[in-house]
Design a protein around this ligand. Structure first.
Ligand SMILES: Nc1ncnc2c1ncn2[C@@H]1O[C@H](COP(=O)(O)OP(=O)(O)OP(=O)(O)O)[C@@H](O)[C@H]1O
Length: 518
């Protein structure tokens, strides 16, 4: 009998090169990939998908039986498309979209969701449960999926929720897929996914279930190719499963982790951070990239123009991406699948793309175009009514969807022209995941938030359902050479003592008068 395939869980901290690891592994496995089977890499963000694709592309022509994409696109392609219609859980034509439902309770919401699925509108969050049910209830489907998948890689595994983990478990049980999960439990910040009552303490989350599972092999990567030794020593205080070693030989800076003290004023904090960056007695090298991080988007919003900070957003600005955005917008606003729109218009794929291109061009040529103008263009070109709703309790606001689309395209166009010159970004800590900068300023909005960020008691970190302590960890670990921390509220002596025990330097803020250039 063939040896049972055990998945491997690779636990790796920040800067360990998780993407690098996956790319190397994929390259090693490709010669073994059978032509009728697939190698799939599941990522959690579009930027990670693009990075893996680009980096593989540099080394080879990516074979057609390699899939790289988000968990939702993976489930649609490998489970819902091939088995959803034949099993009668989905109609022939479907559109997958974000849906907002005004229901009185959870039960009514679920009934509405099931009703609209029958009409071909599949809310994103249903993708996981529909796929999971198909696998769980049908052994044959499990086997077929596993036979089709020779290799499965999951990046950012700490972000997999229980529903997704159950799917990987079903595939594992079918025993034909070699699986690798790569992640960092300390960067598990699930509260962001809006999972409400489903939020669990860290030890109950899938990555910990996997760590404690006898059916999964474990590997630990303890290198950090990103940060200086002072920053690594600092973040090592917090990690619940790894003590990292510095491996980046080119990063020899020894800047101390710094707390900007004696001020709670945002402008004073920013001025002080910039002056530390410019002071060669404190910051050895001139940082060429700087991140300004806060929990909320609004933290730096009021000062972004004053300091020339740019809000960093997920975007990729090539024309294929723009066309994809446009097609998603059209399906979403019309509540129809791409295929059914094309069938009604009696056009082919090329003509459909030309129509999409027309919409993008209309925004390019007039950035001030408004939602009603876009909707009117859409009605003329696609001969459909965007105001037709699918269910009276499912919110459908075409003007809002159109505004979102116009903003997105404008942002991407603007981003593509400015990306090369901009070096200073302000972003939420959640958005900074996976990214890095030479110098990082992290601002806590309150002393309680800061206190949680600095928590070193492993048990309390485990129990933090809100993930506040891990959000701090993600922020701290973005820094390559200089890490500065500040707080918008006065901190007490206990916190000061904690900072000192963590070997953090306290540097008093400079006054408003001495405003520093970036
Ligand atoms: N094996 C390696 N050799 C040299 N440099 C590497 C290696 N792996 C990664 N790096 C570099 O180290 C830095 C951090 O890597 P990367 O961003 O891939 O880490 P990560 O594990 O994804 O971190 P995070 O969890 O914070 O997202 C990058 O500048 C990357 O180019």
């Amino acid at each position: 009998m063939a040896k049972k395939l055990k998945p491997t869980l690779v636990i790796a901290g920040p800067g360990a090169g998780k993407t690098h690891y996956i790319i190397e592994k994929v390259i090693n496995k490709l010669p073994l990939l059978e032509p009728h089977r697939f190698l799939a890499v599941i990522t959690y963000t579009n930027s990670a998908t693009n990075e893996i694709r680009e980096r593989l592309n540099e080394k080879m022509v990516i074979p057609p039986n390699v899939f790289i994409g988000t968990i939702h696109s993976f489930l649609v392609r490998f489970i819902l498309k091939p088995f959803g219609v034949v099993q009668g859980v989905l109609p022939e034509q479907v559109v997958y979209k974000d849906v907002s439902i005004k229901a009185n309770d959870r039960k009514e919401e679920n009934i509405i969701k099931s009703n609209i699925v029958k009409k071909g509108i599949v809310p994103y969050e249903k993708i996981v449960s529909l796929s999971s049910n198909l696998l769980k209830e049908n052994k044959k489907i499990r086997e077929l999926v596993s036979q089709r998948l020779q290799f499965l890689f999951v990046d950012e595994f700490q972000d997999a929720n229980s529903g997704q983990f159950n799917i990987f478990e079903e595939v594992r049980k079918a025993s034909a897929t070699e699986m690798y999960f790569v992640g960092d439990p300390e960067q598990s910040i699930m509260t962001f996914q809006n999972q409400g009552s489903q939020i669990q303490t860290l030890d109950k989350r899938p990555i910990y279930k996997a760590i404690n599972s006898g059916t999964i092999d474990k590997e630990y990567l303890d290198s950090n190719n990103r940060s200086s030794s002072t920053i690594i020593d600092f973040i090592n205080n917090f990690h619940t499963s790894i003590i990292q070693q510095k491996t980046n030989k080119d990063n020899n800076t020894n800047n101390k982790v710094t707390f900007i003290s004696d001020t709670y004023d945002l402008r004073e904090i920013i001025n002080s951070f910039n002056s530390i960056c410019n002071d060669r007695t404190i910051c050895e090298n001139n940082p060429s990239t700087r991140f300004f991080l806060g929990y909320r988007r609004s933290t730096f919003k009021t000062v972004e123009n004053e300091y020339g900070l740019v809000q960093k957003d997920d975007s990729d600005s090539n024309s294929i991406q723009l066309l994809k955005e446009c097609s998603t917008f059209i399906c979403e606003i019309l509540n129809r699948s791409r295929t059914s729109i094309m069938e009604d218009l009696e056009t082919d794929d090329l003509a459909y793309r030309q129509l999409c291109f027309k919409l993008v061009e209309s925004i390019k040529s007039n950035p001030f175009i408004n939602s009603s103008e876009i909707i009117s263009l859409l009605k003329t070109n696609f001969k459909c009514d965007p105001y037709k709703s699918v269910h009276k309790k499912v919110q459908h606001n075409p003007d809002h969807i159109a505004e979102g689309f116009i903003n997105k395209i404008n942002l991407e166009l603007q981003y593509s022209s400015s990306i090369k010159e901009i070096k200073d970004y302000h972003l939420t800590i959640h958005k900074s995941k996976g990214l890095q900068a030479d110098a990082v300023l992290v601002i806590a909005k309150s002393k309680n938030e800061l206190k949680k960020w600095l928590e070193i008691d492993k048990q309390l970190r485990f129990e933090d359902k809100q993930d506040t302590c891990r959000v701090g960890y993600v922020a701290f670990s973005r820094a390559k050479e200089l890490l500065c921390i500040a707080c918008l509220e006065e901190i007490d002596d206990e916190l000061k003592k904690n900072l000192t025990l963590l070997n953090v330097d306290m540097i008093p803020a400079m006054g408003e008068k001495e405003k520093q250039p970036i």
